[in-house]
Design a binder for this molecule. Structure first.
Ligand code: NAD
Length: 252
């Protein structure tokens, strides 16, 4: 019996990287998965892979910065699978590693909108369903950039510090209603998140200086296994916690 048997889970940003591995692992563990991402074709490939292995998954093409898309995902979970038990806030954007003096409003707003307001929208839409059912679980993929000052640029760092605060607030505010909300803070993980980014040379060099203390990069499936722990009843007494998964980088 899988650890998520009979559970229904939404995973945002599921077309690549950690979100893809989380969606696949959750389905292997028995969950019915609603996978959300903007790239419909890439998302469908993930769904096809899951269903070919006998899992249950549906694609919802959508953008976490759009209220209607977020509400549609929650509605789809309830209409298609009858309930919603788990929401993984994984979708995220990296900035260009720039210091605050080089951040323009467009970059700032897009990073905050996806990394911070996106999870808030998902939680706001899911909580009424969780309350009706007597509980539910949030897992938010933040970053060690949400705990330290210079793992990325100003916008990303602020967004990830913010989302950790949001997820902790939800954890305590709704604890007595059976809702848990925990955070994963990954270190460097091999994904496509920095591809197509024009890194700011000065900020990039300053952030990169700390890389010498990073024991190793992680793989997306290693983060998926942390997400499984936080989404399953194995972590029933864990709430409002930030689980660092970085091979000891931030232990230096
Ligand atoms: N890779 C790392 O080193 C690292 C480290 C710490 C934290 N993180 C965080 O992990 C999470 C997953 O990132 P990843 O490394 O797997 O990168 P990734 O680029 O492979 O995955 C991010 C996913 O989010 C999706 N996405 C972006 N904006 C979206 C939006 N508005 N609506 C819906 N989906 C959207 C992307 O399409 C993509 O599928 C992010 O929140 C990221 O900040 C990554």
């Amino acid at each position: 019996m899988g650890k998520l048997e009979n559970k229904v889970a939404i995973v945002t940003g599921a077309s690549s990287g950690m979100g893809k591995e989380i969606a696949k692992l959750f389905a292997q563990e028995g969950a019915s998965v609603i996978a959300i991402a903007r790239r419909a074709e890439k998302l469908q490939e993930v769904i096809d892979q899951i269903t070919a292995e006998g899992g249950r998954a549906l694609a919802v093409s959508g953008d976490v910065s759009k209220e209607e898309d977020v509400r549609n995902a929650v509605r789809t979970a309830v209409e298609q699978y009858g309930r919603l038990d788990i929401v993984v806030n994984n979708a995220g954007l990296m900035d260009r590693m720039g210091g605050v003096a080089v951040v323009d409003d467009q970059l700032w707003n897009s990073i905050i909108d996806v990394n911070l307001t996106g999870p808030m929208r998902m939680m706001r839409a899911a909580i009424p369903v969780f309350l009706d059912q007597g509980g539910g679980v949030f897992v938010t993929v933040a970053s060690i950039g949400g705990l330290h000052g210079c793992r990325a640029g100003a916008a990303y760092t602020a967004s990830k510090h913010g989302v950790i605060g949001l997820a902790k607030n939800v954890g305590h505010m709704y604890a007595k209603k059976g809702i848990r909300s925990n955070i994963i803070a990954p270190g460097g993980v091999n994904t496509d998140i920095t591809s197509n980014l024009q890194i700011d040379p000065e900020g990039g060099a300053l952030c990169g200086a700390g890389l010498v203390t990073n024991p190793r990069m992680g793989e997306a499936d290693e983060i998926a296994r942390v997400a499984l722990f936080l989404a399953s009843d194995d972590s029933s007494f864990v709430n409002g916690a930030t689980l660092v998964a970085d091979s000891g980088w931030s232990a230096y």
